[in-house]
Design a protein around this ligand. Sequence first.
Ligand code: PHE
Length: 352
Amino acid sequence: MSIDTLQQQTQSLAEAAQKEISEAHSTQALQEIRVKYSGKKGELTAISKEMRNLDNDEKPILGKAISEFHNVFNTHFAEKETALKEQELKAQLEAETLDVTLPGRKPTTGTRHILTQTREEIEDFFLGLGYQVVDGPEVELDLYNFEKMNLPKNHPARDMQDTFYIDDEVMLRTHTSPVQARTMETHDFDAGPLKMISPGKVFRRDDDDATHSHQFQQIEGLVIDKQVTLADLKGTLLLFARAMFGADRDIRLRPSYFPFTEPSVEADISCFKCGGAGCHICKQTGWIEILGSGIVHPDVLEMSGVNADEYSGFAFGLGIERVAMLRHNIDDIRHFYQNDTRFLTQFKGGHQ
Ligand code: PHE
């Protein structure tokens, strides 16, 4: 190829490059142009390869043309690159603009579970009467769950509570009553009477439906002193009913059976909806069953080392879910455990 042609080609290559540079829309596109024209496999390299075929006096001419190309290319390239970089930075800053005067987005906070709120409210009520709140194990010995509650092996009433056994002697507690025995065993009666409640989870082999759950929560109550009577129990339950369901509530005790109390009673409250006239909540009876209770069986006292000639007491056990369902008109116990926030966030109250 003649030196003239090569010079011409270099010249038009410079013009083409210049045009492309001026039309580039991004720094990325600009880099591609550099590769295309002056990269190792670029078009200028092809021209440079012709150098060795030229006469010695022609070589500097091509050399000059090539360096001219580089000068022109680099000048335009640098100018365009600065402009594009500025433009891109501006676009980025605009896209990332933060208006610090906008009001913040409130992070969504959880609510205390309605069962927790209900439990704490019941605890507060009994704390106000001077009770202590005690805890007990959810995995319990047969000895405490049944035997010390006056339910010896093969006692028919064991069937009342279908049990999750872990082995022959260990189980998930079916009620909070075993905490009665545990607390009586350690309480120092010389220091004063025992007044306790014990809230917690209990487990039964029930099929889950609207009113049954294989796991639910109870609050056990126990008062042991000299000369505690059924009247004390009734007075306590009346105060409780009024605190939880309204000042107009009345209470009714019906005979019942529990192996660990004698006599045993089921406590009803007068219906908070109809006031006793009869409605769908109280199933037209005017009364709503609320808990099981009774006078602690002397054998239960003795088995926990309490002298039944000297001491007597009452006990009660109530379901927290049941209280919450009644108070908030909840028709299905499964709502408590499905953790649907549309359900849970309806109950915003409680200690935070
Ligand atoms: N433990 C009984 C139950 O789970 C309730 C209860 C407690 C009854 C204390 C009487 C006294 O059904």
